[in-house]
Design a protein. Structure first.
Length: 255
């Protein structure tokens, strides 16, 4: 099945279970054109509390649901404290730990000893390396996060290739709300925890660190051992910030 078809089916599934902003993010091709789209998807994710998924919907889209406990089979070997919803073609390697609500799309592979903290949505054909921790984030189709990395409170674009040892900071040192830099200044995310928004096809070397609230949309590789302390946006990329400014208030300083 093509990546496009997998992505469409997965977005339809998300839509039917009520995650419409996240489904819209998966459906939009150049989603970074309007920063409102990934931001609303992330906020919807972070506000999930009790998500009830009908068994008929699970069967329709070939998903399975696992509740708290330990499960071991040919494709899934995991300890769960929460709810895990996975496609029939998802592979989860041994000693993976799941906390909260985690949804994983078709043909995704989760490496051994990974920690998945929900609410978390991992799209089709995503690869999470061993000993990685992912927390309250959205990974779009084909994203790849290599071993011993941490990503939290973030949106990671399609077919990104993130090298080992990648770390996203999610809080500032003042323990205040994280600010995000738009075209004309700083805006309050209204969140004390906020990671990054990374566009499609971004290539990241090993041992890269990103500060909270950064936007990374670039075709140029992020070189190894880079500290991302500012937004990385190619000058020829146009982003619409107007709808974001309608929901966020200005900040006084960059956190």
């Amino acid at each position: 099945m093509s990546d496009h078809t997998l992505e469409k089916n997965f977005s339809d599934f998300l839509w039917e279970i009520g995650l419409k902003n996240i489904a819209s993010l998966f459906r939009k091709k150049q989603w970074w054109d309007d920063l409102y789209v990934p931001l609303m998807a992330l906020y919807e994710l972070l506000e999930i509390q009790n998500l009830e998924v009908n068994d008929d919907i699970l069967k329709k889209y070939s998903f399975r649901k696992f509740s708290s406990g330990a499960y071991s089979s040919e494709k899934i070997d995991v300890a769960i404290e929460g709810t895990l919803i996975v496609s029939d073609t998802t592979k989860i390697k041994p000693y993976t730990y799941v906390e909260g609500l985690v949804i994983i799309g078709p043909d995704a592979i989760i490496g051994s000893h990974s920690v998945l903290r929900g609410p978390l949505v991992i799209g089709p054909k995503v690869r999470i390396g061993y000993f990685a921790e992912v927390n309250k984030s959205i990974f779009l189709t084909g994203a790849k996060l290599l071993h011993r990395s941490y990503v939290g409170y973030s949106v990671i674009g399609r077919y990104t290739n993130i090298g080992a040892g990648f770390i996203v900071a999610t809080r500032n040192l003042k323990r205040k709300n994280v600010c995000i830099k738009l075209d004309d200044g700083l805006y309050d995310t209204n969140r004390t925890h906020f990671g990054i928004i990374m566009g499609d096809y971004v290539q990241v070397g090993i041992h890269v660190e990103a500060m909270p609230g950064r936007i990374i949309i670039t075709r140029k590789p992020i070189m190894p051992n880079t500290h991302v302390i500012k937004n990385v946006i190619d000058p020829d990329i146009s982003i619409n910030y107007s709808r974001v400014k309608e929901i966020l208030k200005p900040c006084e300083e960059y956190e």
